[in-house]
Design a protein around this ligand. Sequence first.
Ligand SMILES: [Zn+2]
Length: 100
Amino acid sequence: MMNTANWKVTEAPTCPHCKAVMEQMDARYLDWESPYLWVCYNNECTLFKKGWNHMMESVGQLVSYRFMIHPQNGEAGVIPAFSHDYLEKRSKPMEPNPDE
Ligand SMILES: [Zn+2]
């Protein structure tokens, strides 16, 4: 079992941008030194919606970012997020490249 006694945020926090309750995202295979991150999955989140335009203008890619909080040190940040249906499309075994 994980020892989470010293973690700053172990109960679902509320997103300051949209007031949605944040959810755990599996981060075991990511480079965050934590098994999970708190992420705002609300597609109406103001930070998420603003991100679309910003990223489209700055890098020309259809990606955005979501608000996240690191459970161990309580630091807030953002993680990149692809479009809502990106992963769904790509995960269909019979349609490896549905847009081509
Ligand atoms: Zn939010």
